[in-house]
Design a protein around this ligand. Structure first.
Ligand SMILES: Nc1ncnc2c1ncn2[C@@H]1O[C@H](COP(=O)(O)OP(=O)(O)OP(=O)(O)O)[C@@H](O)[C@H]1O
Ligand SMILES: [Mg+2]
Length: 332
């Protein structure tokens, strides 16, 4: 993992970025790539307790090499938001987050003029012998600009990771705001001109797929589908995130959750719910989860009464889904 300083004296060994003007002043940014290899990404993430599989680590690696944003899609609670946070943490970058919601507009996402301050300035200068052009130049300058997350990420001089969280919540028209940033890493402000990025930030967009995103947005991004982890990875996540849990309890938790996900449910348990359940069992001092204990605590994992009823029935009858993998037996 390299979070290297730009070193203009280095040879052109393919590890440098020359292909895109990336500085506000139009000169080329000369910068090391952040990551050495896919395995390096995976190890770095593991160090900050994010357990990635080959697919996730591979896309993060490529995003850095190709200087492309990553669109992360997948079911709720599978670690999409956490991925961006963890990449920032592992690379020592500042995380800038834009939380999307219906009605989000330019003034909250990009920038806004500080009208009050502008008015005060105009009033203060009344009576002085200034032409409108002069005043206009004055009030549409940096001093009067309120930067919002997208512009902040573009202007940052320190390394940043930009997280545009839950992008599917904004309207299609608002999505268009992102396009210039995602393809050219720049922002156009009519009164000031175009502001280019000081350095190319790593960008993550997350989506729960509540609606189709525009083709234009997708085209600019690498695509990463983050699904529920497999048994081993979920167990590893539990071991990493739940203090004082035994290997055998983590194993049972991962197995039972996997079995529950095989049922036809309204909403399958997410990784965050797995972690909540594991913490609950540790708090209760449970070492071996039997059908009764699972039934008593399943409301931590499932949030629909019909799902709970279905799971409890399966627990007690050790139904089809539970025979495979034998979640209540640790001796497998
Ligand atoms: N691979 C992983 N390694 C470590 N922790 C993980 C992993 N995947 C998920 N988690 C944990 O699961 C929890 C939920 O993750 P996160 O909030 O990122 O989910 P999400 O996909 O963004 O969910 P939502 O769609 O609801 O926003 C977090 O506490 C996170 O630490
Ligand atoms: Mg999220």
């Amino acid at each position: 993992m390299v979070q290297g300083e730009p070193d203009p004296g280095r040879e052109l060994d393919g590890r440098h970025r020359f292909d895109r003007p990336a500085r506000g002043d139009g000169t080329l940014a000369l910068m090391d790539f952040r990551f050495d290899s896919v395995e390096g990404v995976r190890e770095g993430l593991a160090k900050v307790d994010y357990l990635a599989d080959e697919g996730i680590a591979g896309v993060v690696y490529l995003a850095d090499r190709l200087q492309k944003p990553v669109l992360v899609e997948g079911p709720a609670g599978t670690g999409k938001t956490q991925l961006a946070k963890s990449v920032a943490e592992m690379s020592g970058a500042r995380l800038i987050r834009l939380q999307c919601y219906e009605g989000l507009d330019e003034s909250k996402a990009l920038y806004e003029w500080n009208y009050k301050k502008q008015l005060l300035r105009i009033q203060a200068e009344r009576g002085e012998d200034q032409g409108w052009d002069e005043i206009e130049d004055n009030i549409f300058s940096d001093d009067f600009l309120l930067t919002r997350p997208l512009l902040e990420a573009i202007r940052a001089e320190d390394p940043v990771v930009l997280l545009v969280d839950e992008v599917d919540r904004v309207e299609v028209e608002t999505e268009a705001l992102l396009l210039e940033i995602l393809s050219d890493y720049q922002v156009s402000i009519p009164e000031m001109g175009t502001i280019g990025a000081e350095q190319i930030p790593l960008v993550f967009l997350t989506s729960n797929n509540t609606r189709e995103l525009s083709e234009a947005l997708k085209r600019r991004c690498l695509y990463l589908h983050v699904d529920y982890p497999d048994l081993d990875r979920e167990k590893a996540i539990v071991l990493a995130k739940v203090p004082d849990i035994s290997d055998s309890l983590a194993d049972q938790v991962a197995r039972i959750v996997r079995s529950i996900r095989q049922l036809e449910l309204k909403k399958s348990p997410s990784v965050s719910e797995t972690l909540d359940w594991a913490r609950t069992l540790v708090l209760l001092g449970v070492e071996k989860v039997d059908a009764e204990m699972a039934g008593q605590t399943v409301n931590i994992l499932l949030k629909y009464q019909s799902d709970i009823a279905k799971a409890v029935k399966e627990f007690s009858s050790e139904g089809q889904a539970f025979k495979r993998g034998g979640p209540f037996s640790t001796d497998e």
